[in-house]
Design a protein around this ligand. Structure first.
Ligand code: HEC
Ligand code: HEC
Ligand code: HEC
Length: 427
């Protein structure tokens, strides 16, 4: 994903891009001359397989605008360099991928090149999708081609120079795209682990949110799954799942990924919520395999500084927060609240948002709540952005941190709340 920092560095990369651009265009022909897809009578098993893979790849989440037709694109993806819109990937001949052959589709997934030869931005996770096998790409293609065509052109991107110059991506790809399938692992592994790795590292593109980015918006390979910030939320490290107050079990991970809920852990919220809603339609055995792989990535706990008595805790703020909590939160979050019985929701003490080193996710949760889904109310939390001031949110979270996390106090909470309110998009 494109993100963060330093347009200046991009300009430098732009020079490199200019050098290779002409060459690149010679190498990346418009495949428009190729025959339109021979409406392959894709069999239903293949389409169904494609549907389950599309659920792992989150295609729907990015390619559907708010309230829009599925896969018709137009969802704005905000970056510090401007806004990129997802495109229409329904099989409409003019505005979608209706004229795309399987080869065109494969080239987009593997190399990040559109049918007419223009370079795609890595906001489309092709640097991860490139790991997908021919067979799975064919199934995805069959599924996409069996969608209802929708006529809808994507809005123009609004990107600053030099990013609006697509050939720049040629240089980016030379530096950061590791095209093609994964190499075999160093040590022999079970089939389930291999399947899990294939999905997590490839189609699942979990790293595009959970791995920090370098200044060019490419994943820092030295810090795989070490956690990052996305759309104003912290995507926690996936290498420290064993260090949660209650270490994650495989069963809990599977449940979390498929339903957004697990016992002894906070509910999925923010940008993770749609991921879990998509994974609900994935093959359950695939999600199980992903959990197996994830659990193999765990790092041993670093020698943690002895849980210091909350330093610099602002006691006046905590006292005000306790009163606010009793009035606004305890009805759901106290140990005796029905929520803990009915939805098996854990105490705030167990979730990563309250225990995290950053207050981001707790702030997001209080400001924006968690949206209602389907028939289950177990995730639902009302938003408080219109009810509580920044200082009140800071107070209530100073109290929550002190009461439930027993970790050092979060610093400058009011400032952080103001920032998160400004930058985060309500989900
Ligand atoms: C994180 C968001 C995201 C996800 C997930 C995602 N896409 Fe995209 N995709 C985009 C964006 C943004 C573009 C447009 C990129 C550009 O214009 O440079 C795009 C472009 C494409 C294109 C090129 C279309 C064209 O007209 O050039 C194809 C094909 C595509 N996506 C297929 C898929 C499939 C299949 C999946 C699921 C396996 C998927 N995408 C998942 C964001 C996403
Ligand atoms: C669009 C960005 C995004 C993608 C893609 C994504 N995640 Fe997340 N993930 C997040 C965010 C943000 C959170 C924190 C959500 C919260 O606190 O409720 C999160 C939370 C989690 C958690 C809970 C961690 C904890 O300590 O509480 C797990 C497990 C997880 N993700 C696994 C995955 C896996 C596996 C994938 C790939 C299939 C994935 N994520 C893809 C953004 C993402
Ligand atoms: C109507 C019930 C309700 C009220 C009122 C409510 N919450 Fe929640 N809250 C929830 C639910 C449900 C969740 C998701 C449950 C979970 O994380 O498992 C949640 C989640 C959270 C989380 C994230 C927990 C995690 O680890 O993921 C925080 C932090 C939080 N609430 C704080 C508050 C605060 C502070 C207040 C008062 C200002 C409040 N809540 C009021 C229902 C409520």
């Amino acid at each position: 994903m494109l993100s963060k920092k330093k347009p200046g560095a991009w300009a430098a990369l732009g020079v490199a891009a200019a050098i290779v651009a002409a060459y690149a265009y010679a190498q990346q022909p418009d495949t428009g001359a190729s025959a339109a897809p021979a409406a392959q009578a894709a069999d239903t098993t293949m389409i169904e397989r494609g549907a389950r893979l599309a659920a792992v790849g989150d295609c729907m989440a990015c390619h559907t605008a708010k309230g829009g037709e599925p896969y018709a694109g137009g969802l704005p993806i905000h970056t510090p360099f401007g806004t990129i819109y997802s495109t229409n990937i329904t099989p409409d001949a003019e505005t979608g991928i209706g004229k795309w052959s399987l080869e065109d589709f494969k080239r987009a997934m593997r190399e990040g090149v559109s049918r007419d030869g223009h370079k795609l931005y890595p906001a489309f996770p092709y640097p991860r999708f490139t790991k997908t096998t021919d067979e799975d790409i064919a199934a995805l293609y069959a599924y996409m081609m069996a969608r209802t065509p929708v006529k809808q052109a994507a809005p123009e991107n609004d990107l600053m120079f030099p990013l609006n110059f697509r050939p720049l991506m040629t240089a980016w790809n030379l530096l950061f795209l590791d095209e093609g399938e994964l190499p075999p692992p160093d040590t022999p592994q079970s089939d389930e682990w291999l399947r899990g790795r294939y999905l997590v590292e490839g189609l699942g593109h979990c790293a595009s949110c959970h791995t920090p980015m370098n200044m060019f918006g490419a994943e820092k390979s030295s810090a795989a799954y070490a956690g990052s910030v996305i759309d104003g939320w912290t995507a926690p490290a996936l290498t420290e799942l064993g260090q949660a107050p209650k270490p994650w079990t495989a069963e809990q991970l599977v449940s979390y990924l498929r339903t957004g809920l697990a016992t002894e852990h906070g509910a999925a919220a923010g940008p993770m919520l749609p991921v879990t809603q998509n994974l609900a339609d994935a093959d359950p055995a695939d999600v199980q395999a992903m959990a197996t792989y994830l659990l193999s990535l765990q790092k041993p706990a670093a020698n943690q500084p002895a849980a210091a008595a909350p330093a610099n805790a602002d006691t006046a703020s905590i006292t005000r927060g306790a009163a606010l909590f009793a009035a606004s939160c305890a009805g759901c979050h106290s140990a005796s609240a029905p929520m803990s019985e009915i939805g098996q929701r854990p105490l705030l003490a167990l979730g990563s948002s309250v225990n995290g080193s950053s207050a981001r996710n707790a702030i997001n949760m209080v400001l924006w709540g968690n949206s209602w889904q389907g028939s289950s109310s177990a995730h639902y939390m009302p938003p408080f952005s219109a009810v509580l001031t920044d200082d009140q949110v800071a107070d209530v979270l100073a109290y929550v941190r002190q009461e439930y996390a027993k970790k050092p106090a979060w610093q400058d909470l009011p400032g952080m709340v103001a920032n998160v309110r400004k930058e985060a998009q309500p989900q």
